[in-house]
Design a protein. Structure first.
Length: 194
């Protein structure tokens, strides 16, 4: 007998995909990178289905080869998130930005300003190529660049063209690799009559 009592409906992905979403800021926490021990604050968002995405904003003030530090980039993105969550303009939002001496203090103070607030956000994508060759490459959503977050009622200001917002390239398939091997291009596969 075919019994459906143990069947379940698929609930979908637990991760947000690249695109434009209306979400709530669900959590802000501090941490440090595993390799270089660089401090960061991680901002997490969640939509009404429970799908989520998070972004780590690094806090190092050491300038890199470009002359900018991680903090120079992170502070602009964090300001934009505060503007989106509060609906304030840049000058007013800067007045609300917390002064903090440690990553933990920054995360705690930012939490009081934006956690629980609804925003509209543009998520870009990035190809992830697993080190395990048996697994397929996949696209991970990440917070966008430039104007990527606005108050939820201004969602129309966000633009999305997925072809322009996926960074990197996927790993080649076995077939693509075979086509790139000298001497194999254009060679028909061998058939065996068994």
């Amino acid at each position: 007998m075919f019994d459906f009592n143990s069947a379940t409906a698929e609930s979908g992905s637990k991760y947000l995909e690249p695109g434009i979403h209306t979400v709530k800021v669900s959590e802000i926490k501090s941490g440090e990178s595993s390799q270089k021990k660089t401090p960061y604050v991680e901002i997490s968002i969640q939509d009404n289905t429970g799908a989520s995405c998070s972004q780590q904003y690094y806090l190092s003030t050491n300038a890199g080869p470009s002359g900018k530090s991680a903090w120079d980039i992170s502070k602009n993105a964090i300001l934009q998130l505060v503007m989106a969550a509060t609906g304030l303009d840049e000058v007013s939002a800067k007045g609300k930005m917390p002064q903090a001496k440690t990553p933990e203090e920054l995360a705690a103070k930012l939490s009081t300003i934006i956690v629980g607030k609804t925003i509209a956000i543009h998520l870009s994508g990035k190809w992830i190529n697993p080190t395990d060759a048996s697994k397929k490459p996949w696209i991970k959503a990440e917070f966008g660049n430039y104007k990527f977050a606005v108050p939820a009622d201004r969602i129309g200001e966000l633009k999305h063209d997925s072809s322009k917002h996926i960074k990197g390239t996927p790993a080649p398939s076995a077939e693509e690799l075979a086509n790139d091997i000298p001497g194999l291009n254009g060679v028909a596969p061998v058939k065996a009559d068994w």
